[in-house]
Design a protein around this ligand. Structure first.
Ligand SMILES: *Cc1c(COP(=O)(O)O)cnc(C)c1O
Length: 467
C-alpha cells in the first residue's frame, strides 16, 4: 500500500458532489447533503447514492486487461467469481468454523508439493499467504531462525550479523525482508549482458553468516529464469571446500506455476536437495484474482517449530504460520477450483498460449527495427526491450507515455547496479491477453513510431517502476 497522509483539506476541500438525481432520493440530507471527502460523514446516505458515488469515482481507474505491467490475474471464469462470492465471509484463520475451506487449503499445499517434486510430498509442509511477499517473509524468517539456532553460541554479537545472498534483480519483497528482519542484503550486481544472479558470484558472497541464497524463477526485470541448479552446484562446491552448508530458497512467484508445465526437463525445484523452500503467487500464473500466495518447505526440518503458532480461541487447535491472523478464504477456494478445473493439461495449455503470445509479440517487435530485445518471452511469458542503438529521437519513456494514450499500460524503467545506463520496456503476457489483443497492441505501437521518429530527441521524464 502507498503510505497515505490524512486529510489535506487545503488541497481539496470540496465535498463529494452529489448528482441531484441521487440527492432527491436522500431522506437525510435532501438535495444539499453532500458528504465530506476527508471526514466520516455525519449522517448515513441511502445505499443507492453511496454506491453510485463510489462507482463513478472508480470509472477513472485503468482497464486491468490492458495493463501489461502487472503479473497479477485480471480474468477468471464466472464460476470462480460465484465461488469467491460464496466464500467472502469465510475467514481463513477460522479452521474450526470452516473445516472444509481448511481442507481445500491443505489439498492445494499437497498438490503443489507434488507439482514441485518434493521427495516425500507427505512430509512437505506449507501454507497459503496473501501473496508471494508474505510467503517470502515466512521463508526468510525460517532461514534466519535456522541460522540463529545453528549459531546460538555467537548470535547476537557484532561479528554475527546474518546476511542473505541474492541478485540485485530480486523483487522488492526481499529488500523489505532484509530491512524488516535486520538481515544484511548481499546483492550480486548485473554485469554486461547478465541481468540476474550468477552461480559463482552468489557462492563468492557467502560466508558463515549467510542464512541462505535466494534464486528467482522469473526475474521481475526481464522475465528470465535464474540458473537454480547451477547455483546449487556452486554451493555444493563451496560446501566441499569450506564446510559451509547454505540452503537455497526459490522465489517462484511467477515461474513456479509456469516451469512445471512448460519446462518439465528444467530441474529447479525440490529435486535439488539444496532447495529448502519455494514460494509462488497464486494470483500470478496460478491464475487466481489478487490475494493468494503459497510457501512450501521440503520437510518440517526446514521450518523451525517455534515459528509455528497454535491458538485455541477460535475453537480447535490448528498450527499456523502467517504474518496475518484474519484473511479471506475466497482466494484459497478459487485456487482449489482452478487446480481442479484445469489440471496439468489445462495449466499447460493456458501457459503455453501465454508463452506463444509473448514469443510472437517479442519477435514482431524485434522485427520493427527500432528496438533491441533483452529477452524473448521464452522463459516467463514476459519480455523486456530497449530502443536500438541508432534510435536517438525518442526513448523508452516516450514510448510508454504514448502507449498510455491508447490505453496500454507498459512500464518503462531503468535497470539496477551495474546497468543503470539501461532503460527498458517490459510486457507481461498473461491469460486473457490474447493473440488478437497482442495484434492490436502491435498495430498501436507501429502507428506511434513514425511520430516518435520525428521527435527532436527524448522528451525526458522517467515513469516509476511498476513491479
Ligand atoms: C510479484 C513478485 C513478488 C511479490 O509477490 P506478490 O504476490 O505481489 O506479493 C516476489 N517475487 C517475485 C519474483 C515476483 O515476481
Amino acid at each position: 500500500m502507498s503510505l497515505h497522509r490524512g486529510a489535506d483539506e487545503g488541497r481539496d476541500a470540496r465535498p463529494l458532489s452529489v448528482n441531484p438525481f441521487f440527492g432527491e432520493a436522500n431522506p437525510v440530507g435532501g438535495m444539499t447533503g453532500a458528504p465530506p471527502k476527508h471526514r466520516l460523514p455525519k449522517d448515513p446516505l441511502p445505499p443507492s447514492t453511496a454506491y453510485q458515488l463510489v462507482h463513478d469515482e472508480l470509472m477513472l481507474d485503468g482497464n486491468s486487461r490492458l495493463n501489461l505491467a502487472t503479473f497479477v490475474t485480471t480474468w477468471m471464469e464466472p464460476q470462480a467469481g460465484v465461488l469467491m462470492a460464496e466464500c467472502r465471509d469465510k475467514n481463513m484463520i477460522d479452521k474450526d468454523e470452516y473445516p472444509r475451506t481448511a481442507e481445500l487449503e491443505r489439498r492445494c499445499v499437497a498438490m503443489l508439493a507434488d507439482l514441485w517434486n518434493a521427495p516425500d510430498p507427505a512430509a512437505a509442509v506449507g501454507c497459503s499467504t496473501t501473496g508471494s511477499s508474505e510467503a517470502c517473509m515466512l521463508a526468510g524468517m525460517a532461514l534466519k531462525r535456522r541460522w540463529t539456532l545453528r549459531n546460538a553460541d555467537r548470535y547476537p554479537s557484532r561479528e554475527a550479523r546474518p546476511n542473505l545472498v541474492m541478485g540485485v534483480n530480486v523483487q522488492v519483497c526481499w529488500e523489505k525482508f532484509c530491512a524488516f528482519w535486520e538481515v544484511e542484503a548481499r546483492q550480486v550486481p548485473m554485469e554486461g549482458d547478465r541481468y540476474h544472479l550468477s552461480p559463482e558470484a552468489a557462492a563468492a558472497l557467502c560466508d558463515e553468516n549467510t542464512i541462505g541464497v535466494v534464486t528467482v524463477m522469473g526475474s521481475t526485470f526481464d522475465g528470465s529464469y535464474e540458473p537454480v541448479a547451477d547455483v546449487c552446484a556452486a554451493l555444493d562446491a563451496l560446501q566441499e571446500r569450506t564446510g559451509l552448508d547454505i540452503p537455497v530458497h526459490v522465489d517462484g512467484a511467477s515461474g513456479a506455476m509456469v516451469a512445471p508445465f512448460l519446462d518439465e526437463d528444467l530441474v529447479w525445484d525440490f529435486r535439488l536437495p539444496r532447495v529448502a523452500s519455494i514460494n509462488t503467487s497464486g494470483h500470478k500464473y496460478g491464475l487466481v484474482y489478487p490475494g493468494v500466495g503459497w510457501a512450501l518447505w521440503r520437510t518440517p526440518a526446514e521450518l523451525p517449530q517455534e515459528l509455528v503458532f497454535r491458538v485455541n480461541y477460535l475453537g480447535g487447535d490448528m498450527p499456523t504460520f502467517a504474518l496475518n491472523f484474519s484473511r479471506p478464504g475466497a482466494q484459497v477456494v478459487a485456487q482449489y477450483y482452478t487446480f481442479l478445473r484445469l489440471g496439468r493439461a489445462g495449466y499447460r495449455a493456458v501457459q503455453q498460449a501465454a508463452r506463444d503470445v509473448a514469443r510472437g509479440l517479442a519477435g514482431r517487435i524485434g522485427d520493427l527495427g527500432d528496438f533491441r530485445l533483452l529477452t524473448r518471452g521464452d522463459e516467463l511469458p514476459v519480455f523486456a526491450f530497449t530502443t536500438a542503438d541508432d534510435v536517438r529521437a525518442y526513448d523508452v519513456f516516450d514510448v510508454a507515455r504514448r502507449l498510455r494514450e491508447r490505453g496500454w499500460l507498459v512500464p518503462a524503467y531503468t535497470f539496477p547496479a551495474h546497468r543503470e545506463d539501461l532503460a527498458v520496456l517490459r510486457v507481461v503476457c498473461r491469460n486473457g491477453f490474447s493473440a488478437d489483443l497482442a495484434g492490436l497492441f502491435l498495430e498501436d505501437l507501429g502507428r506511434l513510431l513514425p511520430e516518435l521518429r520525428q521527435q527532436p530527441g527524448p522528451l525526458g521524464g522517467a515513469t516509476g517502476f511498476h513491479h
